[in-house]
Design a protein around this ligand. Structure first.
Ligand SMILES: NC(=O)c1ccc[n+]([C@@H]2O[C@H](COP(=O)([O-])OP(=O)(O)OC[C@H]3O[C@@H](n4cnc5c(N)ncnc54)[C@H](O)[C@@H]3O)[C@@H](O)[C@H]2O)c1
Length: 328
């Protein structure tokens, strides 16, 4: 019998990622086998009938840890007293849309949800943004929620980390579990910098197992940066199960003490570390003690890495500037 419980809001719950993640949360994979779960599911009104079907399927799993399911199209109801908010629903990029239009469309959603979190969630609530452009959507939500500490906001770069781990393992004829400390620096976009120089395979620098540095600097980075587009091309739909898996991994990493000498990727509110402007939601190497997290300090970057980090910082700063006028 579990003694702890967590109330989790999930937005876009009837979408692709929603369908993949809810069952994993309800089965205990996100918060562990001893934590009971209450699910608050938010959807657009038009998707509530589909969400009802998802709720029926959750009921039909008879999950021992699942205590309640609330479905709603009202953000104030969805975020009421939540411990965690997983912001997955977002406005999708449509053909012909400029990045600026996408940013503005989503700003409308994330200003509203940020306010609703501020007014309704526990002030200890933690927020993981998955809906794209996730770093800047998280920046917006954080800006609209002054009652919640800025350090409680996160944006997801774990899918990029997992993609990078597998690419490195396959190239080195190693297993995923042999690869450690891959960091995705910056934006969850095609400017991200998957840092192989500071990662290890079986405890040794990646460059010792993979001597083809041109591949690391070229095809490896490109494959990770473009993986989302490759999946859309192959599947006709964007990555969903792997995105849900990465969200489970992110929360699990944040609520579990990080093993000695290891770190993981997540975008957090910059405190100026590594020269990144304060306040940007920037992908960093992070460690957790299960309650609090910290940015890993002292990682060195060569000129190649510095250029990549400068490019992703520039993109994130421009995204921030493009939405700043909407944050009132
Ligand atoms: N950070 C990452 O690594 C990563 C990876 C994959 C996908 N994503 C992003 O995740 C988001 C969701 O992807 P998906 O495949 O589940 O999309 P989807 O279109 O299948 O589902 C999105 C759902 O969100 C709902 N929604 C839209 N606006 C909403 C709002 N204001 N409030 C509540 N619900 C709302 C829609 O009705 C829909 O059911 C997209 O923005 C996608 O780009 C991020």
């Amino acid at each position: 019998m579990s003694t702890k419980s967590v109330r989790v809001a999930i937005t876009g719950a009837a979408g692709q990622i929603g369908y993949a993640i809810l069952f994993r949360i309800a089965s205990g994979q996100m918060f562990g086998p001893d934590t009971a779960v209450h699910l608050n599911l938010l959807e657009l009104e038009v998707a509530l009938p589909a969400l009802e079907g998802v709720k029926m399927e959750l009921d039909d799993c008879a999950f021992p840890l699942l205590q309640s399911i609330t479905t709603t199209s009202d953000a104030n109801v969805a975020f009421k007293d939540v411990d965690w908010a997983l912001l997955i629903g977002a406005f999708p990029r449509k053909a012909g849309m400029e990045r600026k239009d996408l940013l503005e469309k989503n700003a409308g959603i994330f200003t509203g949800q940020g306010k609703a979190i501020n007014d309704n969630a526990k002030n200890t609530c933690k927020v993981l943004v998955v809906g794209n452009p996730c770093n800047t959507n998280a920046y917006i939500a954080k800006s609209m929620a002054p009652n919640i500490p800025a350090r409680n906001f996160f944006a997801m770069t774990m899918l990029d980390q997992n993609r990078a781990v597998t690419q490195l393992a396959q190239k080195a004829n190693a297993h995923n579990t042999d690869v450690s400390n891959v960091t995705i620096w910056g934006n969850h976009s095609s400017t991200q910098y998957p840092d192989f120089y500071n990662a290890t395979i079986s405890g040794k620098p990646v460059t010792e197992s993979i001597s083809d540095e041109e591949w690391l600097k070229g095809d490896f980075i490109k494959t990770v940066q473009q993986r989302g587009a490759a999946i859309i091309k192959a599947r006709g739909l964007s990555s969903a199960a792997s995105a849900a898996n990465a969200a489970v991994d992110t929360v699990r990493n944040l609520v579990t003490p990080t093993p000695e000498g290891k770190h993981f990727s997540v975008a957090v509110c910059s405190d100026g570390s590594y020269g990144i402007p304060e306040g940007l939601m920037f992908g960093y190497p992070v460690r957790s003690n299960g309650e609090e997290w910290e940015i890993v300090q002292g990682i060195s970057h060569n000129e190649f890495a510095q250029e990549k980090i400068a490019a992703t910082t520039k993109e994130l700063s421009e995204e921030r500037d493009a939405v700043q006028h909407l944050l009132t």
